[in-house]
Design a protein. Structure first.
Length: 98
């Protein structure tokens, strides 16, 4: 899975990666809108849609990371995909809550 994702940095000590399908998604949206409207498409609106999808998936996965930390799991990495995200946890270092 790591070979198909691009590292985007670290957020609160968690590696954030974006899957390569986010590169294909704007092209797919532009192509389908172009075909649906007989030769006209709105590129900035398509990119805004991809940005909104990315922001929603990132916010959803941040919620998963916060909930996992609350129960003692340590998030190691998050991979963002267009339909969902994948959170990877470091199970060798589980924090115990007292």
């Amino acid at each position: 899975m790591r070979s198909w994702s691009i590292p985007m940095g670290r957020l609160f000590g968690v590696d954030v990666r974006i899957h390569l399908t986010f590169v294909v998604l704007p092209l797919f949206i532009f192509w389908t809108e172009y075909a649906a409207h007989q030769g006209s498409a709105n590129g900035p609106r398509d990119l805004a849609l991809v940005g909104i999808i990315l922001a929603c998936v990132a916010a959803h996965e941040c919620g998963h990371m916060l909930a996992a930390r609350r129960v003692g799991l340590i998030p190691k990495a998050v991979i963002l995909l267009p339909l969902t995200g994948v959170a990877l946890y470091d199970e060798s270092r589980v924090q115990r809550l007292l």
